[in-house]
Design a protein around this ligand. Structure first.
Ligand SMILES: O=C1C=CC(S(=O)(=O)O)=CC1(O)O
Ligand SMILES: [Fe+2]
Length: 360
């Protein structure tokens, strides 16, 4: 995919702004996202629930829409002005991907927008105008102990991380961190427009698929409360990975699976990346602490499972297999208890690379 011939400038993306998830049981999803996660309902009807987090004043950051098959309906980036919606239309028409202009209200609470099937196969919307609603930042009378502050990022499963990185760099995103190995295979990358570690993460795998949507909290104890709440309602099986401390991003993290299996990350305390010379951190795929700073295992489902994505006609996108090595196949760190340091030779000729003995 070459962008050499593109004349039109890319849209000025501010941040990841909302996602639309297709869910098969709206009531069950409501019990998870509202009753457990505590997201605020801006609007709901029989077909959809519009949710926002406590620091947000736009109409929603998440749309749960009832449908026959659980999938990603749309990811939306907010751009800096109405003119940038025009820029998005010009940029993508020149790029030659499917591009549609939709009127204000095509999505409740959102103004005029441009929707595309991006070069990576994802359904993306660029918008500026949106309804403002009450911001509950200091409505501590409404916050639960697990209060979620805002939407933070999207994590996308893509067959080629370098190809996806090049596309997002053409949109002005910069890389904060990535995971490589000694032959320069790239397994993952984190890219940003807002001044944090990422708005979008690229995870090497069969795609296009949605790996997860992440929400930020102010404090780590809010993640713990969500775990305690899930335990109290006997839904601890919604906890897939964590809580723990990431190596990449340094964020405290928790991964949950919603009633349809969509993965949701609750995430806090990453770091500032806003200076122009913010350095990129590259992790070795064999570093046991890259994905969990404490060296805890990454459960296999975290590498293998993700949500299918729909095209603009709401049909599931075909999946392309990753051609390069897969992290779960090559890593010797933070995955199913393997744990080795370069040059290790365990005493007594035992298996090299297992923490606490071989567990899988
Ligand atoms: O947001 C993230 C930050 C870090 C990590 S990792 O597991 O530490 O690589 C995963 C993640 O992409 O979900
Ligand atoms: Fe994440």
């Amino acid at each position: 995919m070459s962008n050499n011939s593109i004349q039109a400038p890319p849209p000025d993306v501010v941040r990841s702004a909302y996602a639309e998830l297709i869910v098969t049981d709206l009531a069950a999803s409501r019990r998870f996202y509202v009753d457990v996660l505590g997201l605020v309902v801006t609007y709901e009807d029989d077909d959809a629930i519009y949710l926002r987090a406590f620091e947000e004043y736009l109409h929603h950051c998440l749309v749960l829409r009832r449908g026959p098959v659980a999938a990603l309906g749309r990811l939306a980036y907010r751009v800096r002005s109405a003119d940038e919606v025009d820029a998005a239309e010009m940029f993508y028409r020149e790029l030659g991907v499917r591009t549609e202009r939709v009127p204000a209200g095509a999505e409740r609470g959102i103004g005029e927008a441009v929707r595309i099937e991006d070069p990576l196969g994802f359904p993306i919307e660029f918008f500026y105008a949106a309804d403002h609603v009450e911001r509950f930042t200091q409505r501590y009378d409404l916050h639960g102990a697990g209060a979620i502050a805002r939407l933070d990022h999207f994590n996308l499963v893509v067959p080629s991380v370098p190809e996806a990185r090049k596309y997002y760099e053409s949109l002005g995103f910069k890389v904060s961190e990535d995971i490589q190995d000694s032959d320069s295979t790239v397994y993952a990358a984190w890219m940003y427009r807002k001044s944090t570690v990422h708005d979008v993460a690229l995870t090497g795998g069969d795609g296009p698929r949605l790996h997860h949507i992440a929400f930020a909290t102010q404090e780590a104890h809010q993640l713990m409360h969500i775990c305690d709440h899930l335990g109290a309602v006997r839904q601890s099986d919604r906890i897939e990975r964590g809580p723990g401390r990431h190596g990449v991003s340094n964020a405290f993290y928790l991964y949950l699976r919603d009633p349809d299996g969509h993965r949701i990350e609750i995430y806090t305390h990453d770091y500032y990346t806003g200076d122009p010379d913010n350095p990129t951190i590259t992790w070795d795929v064999h570093d046991n602490q890259r994905r969990d700073w404490w060296g805890n295992a990454v459960v296999p489902s975290w590498y293998s499972e993700a949500s299918p994505v729909l095209d603009l006609d709401r049909r599931p996108r075909p999946i392309t297999e990753r051609a390069e090595a897969r992290e779960a196949d090559v890593t010797i760190g933070a995955d199913g208890f393997s744990y080795t340091r370069a040059g290790d030779a365990l005493a007594g000729g035992g298996p090299v690379g297992f923490k606490l003995g071989e567990q899988v």
